[in-house]
Structures are given as structure tokens and as C-alpha cells.
Design a protein around this ligand. Structure first.
Ligand SMILES: *Cc1c(COP(=O)(O)O)cnc(C)c1O
Length: 385
């Protein structure tokens, strides 16, 4: 039971997650979908998301940090689990104890891990990361023979090999082709067919179905968000955005022509205007840069006016409303929809950032039906009539 006396909440539609997952599962056929649930499942709440994807056939999860992996294990999740980022020496025996797969990010990391494995436990499970062009982490292409040799000479459980694309979400990227070629050269040298090969993120899985290998790592699009506008336009499936953000009006008043509102008194009413105050602000992730962004009231777009405060902000209504009237900040209301992508444009960033910046203060509430928000909108309309 989530305590939530304030009406502000992020509603997460698990049916949408399921639908997006099914799309990828059907697309990759016999290969596996690795559900990327780092950063609290891209801000959607990791435990509920993990439960949903496991119920729907996902056999492997990926997180970014050792702590994220341990959190899942400590909450009874025993699914195969890969840490995509770096793990320090102290974590090596813990990974062995908890059956967590860690990523070998470099030759140095391999020597470090070899020194810290606990001999009495099951062998350390590793996936080898190859840097084919992202230049972030990974064994360098010219070190690959040494890496394979080192792994063979030591007591690792060599489970997988992968790389990550820098430009999979762009049209005709030369770097993307270079990375594919580099990876192919490396895979030619791999003579162990039990090693799982996975190279695609959401964008690559959508745009390059020929590169599936043994699994794809799906993050952003599992949550119903396109990796880039280009991929969004090109794809043959309508992703279902899982997250909507909503609140209710806590005060409605008339601002007289010429009167100002909020900090700095920077916004001034040009004529008499109905203004609603809503209980969400930058401490919730509703950043100040969202001033001027539309929200939905009774299925219509109305703008946020004046400076956004820490806990509250104001919207200019097109007509009088009542306290308690629902305000949709992200999501659908009637015929109108505000996508995370629209916030990203307003904030001059990428959609990935948006769900990650919604803070802990915003409770995540789970529903199983995409229509639910529409339904409550119709209800609130009825009450007003
Ligand atoms: C985050 C991440 C992914 C998921 O990428 P999306 O673009 O969100 O699908 C895949 N692989 C690695 C290594 C990552 O860090």
C-alpha cells in the first residue's frame, strides 16, 4: 500500500510493458530479450517491472551497477542477472555468492578479478565487453586474443560476449557499420558456441533485425519510448508508453489583467485569467525549464505559466475549473496526448532523461490497462456536469 495523500503520481501501465516486450520477443524469434532495468527500470520502479517481464518470459535482466544487482537479489529475484557496468574487487566474491554475472570491461579488470575470486565458491560468471567504437568501457579490439587467452587460462565461467553501439539510432551511420564489422572479426575468433552473443540495444533491435545474435538488450523501448525520433518514425510498431504523470488542482482563482504570479513576478496576466495551482514542482522532476509546457485539462492543452516552484506550479486555464480537477502532465486525456518526447524537446534533451529525473517523491502507481487514465478522465467529467 503506497501512502499518497498528495494527488501527484506517476501511473505505470504494466499492460504497455507487456505489449512492448511481446513486440521484441516476436521480432527476435528464438533469441532472448534481456530486459534492461537499470536506474530503477528507467524510473518506472524496478521491482514491479521485473515481476512483469519475468511473468512474460524474460530469462535475463541487466542492470548498470553492482548495487542494483544486489538490490534485486535481496528482494528475492533469482533470474539470470548481468551487471553491464564496472564492478570493483570487493564485489567479486559477492557476485559469486549471489549468482550475479559481471562484465569484464578490460584486461586490467580480468587480472583484478582473477586475484579476487573465491576459490571455494562457484566460478565467477562473466560476459566480456568489447569496445568496438563506443570508446566507453570494454576490451580493445586489438587485445581480444589476449583476453580470450587469459579467460581460458583462469577459472572463469565465460558466459557471454557483447558490445554496445554509439549510433544505432541514426540513419546510415558509418560508425555503426564499423562496429558491426569489428564485432564480426572478433566473433570469428570465438570457437565456443555456448558463449552468448548480444550486441543490440533498442535502436539496433528495431532497425537491424539481422543483427540479433543470441539476445538483444532492450531498455528504453521496453518502456514504450522510441530511442530517437528517427527510429520512432521508421518503426513498424506503435510503442506503448508505460508512464503517465498526473495530479489534481489544489486551488483555482482568477488573476486580474495586469497581475503577476509566482517567484520573480515574471508572468503577468494580459486579461482576466483563470489560474490553477497544481502540487508538483522541480523537486518532483518537473524542472524549471518546463515553464510554458502544456498540460492537459478536460482533454485540452493549457500552459504552465510563471516560474515553476520546488513543490508547485501554476497553469492558465481556458475556463474555470474546480478544485480536484485532474491534470495530466504526461500521457493521454481524451483525444490529446503529451509524450515524454515533448518534454525532452522542451528541455533540450533526450527522452531517456525524463523518466530518470522524476524523483522518489512521486509515487509510482501500477495499473494493468492503457485505457485506465482515459476512463478516470470520463468519470471526472461526469462529476463536473
Ligand atoms: C543502457 C544500456 C542498454 C539499453 O539501451 P536502450 O537504448 O535503452 O535500449 C543496452 N546495453 C548497454 C550496455 C547499456 O548500457
Amino acid at each position: 500500500m503506497i501512502e499518497n495523500y498528495r494527488p501527484t503520481k506517476a501511473v505505470i501501465d504494466l499492460t504497455a510493458i507487456k505489449s512492448n516486450l511481446t513486440y521484441f520477443q516476436e521480432k527476435v524469434g528464438d533469441a532472448d530479450v534481456i530486459a534492461v532495468v537499470k536506474a530503477d527500470a528507467y524510473g518506472h520502479g524496478v521491482l514491479e517491472i521485473v515481476k512483469t517481464v519475468i511473468e512474460n518470459g524474460v530469462r535475463m535482466l541487466a542492470v548498470a551497477t553492482p548495487d542494483e544487482a544486489l538490490f534485486l537479489r535481496n528482494h528475492g529475484i533469482d533470474t539470470e542477472l548481468l551487471v553491464l557496468g564496472a564492478t570493483p574487487s570487493q564485489f567479486i566474491p559477492i557476485a559469486q555468492q549471489h549468482n550475479i554475472i559481471v562484465t569484464a570491461i578490460s584486461l586490467d579488470w580480468l587480472s583484478m578479478a582473477a586475484m579476487h575470486v573465491e576459490k571455494n565458491l562457484d566460478a565467477l560468471k562473466i560476459h566480456l565487453k568489447v569496445d568496438t567504437g563506443m570508446r566507453r568501457i570494454g576490451v580493445q579490439v586489438n587485445e581480444i586474443d589476449e583476453a580470450f587467452g587469459f579467460i581460458a587460462d583462469h577459472d572463469f565461467d565465460f558466459k557471454g560476449i557483447f558490445t554496445h553501439f554509439a549510433t544505432a539510432d541514426e540513419k546510415d551511420s558509418p560508425l555503426f557499420s564499423q562496429q558491426v564489422n569489428a564485432m564480426n572479426t572478433i566473433l570469428d575468433k570465438l570457437d565456443d558456441s555456448s558463449v552468448m552473443v548480444h550486441i543490440s540495444n533498442s535502436a539496433a533491435a528495431i532497425m537491424h533485425p539481422d543483427l540479433v545474435c543470441d539476445a538483444v538488450r532492450i531498455g528504453i523501448s521496453l518502456y514504450g519510448i522510441a530511442p530517437s525520433p528517427y527510429v520512432g518514425e521508421e518503426m513498424d510498431f506503435e510503442l506503448q508508453p508505460a508512464l503517465s504523470l498526473e495530479t489534481e488542482m489544489i486551488q483555482v482563482k482568477k488573476l486580474k489583467a495586469g497581475e503577476a504570479l509566482s517567484y520573480g513576478a515574471t508572468y503577468r496576466a494580459e486579461q482576466d485569467e483563470w489560474i490553477a495551482t497544481i502540487p508538483i514542482g522541480y523537486a518532483d522532476g518537473m524542472l524549471r525549464g518546463l515553464q510554458g509546457q502544456d498540460v492537459l485539462v478536460k482533454g485540452k492543452r493549457v500552459p504552465i505559466v510563471g516560474r515553476i516552484c520546488m513543490d508547485q506550479c501554476m497553469v492558465r486555464l481556458s475556463e474555470r475549473s474546480l478544485i480536484g480537477e485532474k491534470v495530466q502532465l504526461i500521457g493521454r486525456q481524451g483525444q490529446q496526448r503529451i509524450l515524454i518526447d515533448e518534454w525532452a524537446v522542451k528541455l533540450e534533451t533526450i527522452p531517456y532523461e525524463i523518466p530518470c529525473i522524476l524523483t522518489k517523491r512521486v509515487p509510482r502507481v501500477y495499473v494493468e490497462r492503457a485505457e485506465l487514465t482515459d476512463f478516470s478522465f470520463q468519470q471526472s467529467n461526469k462529476m463536473l456536469r
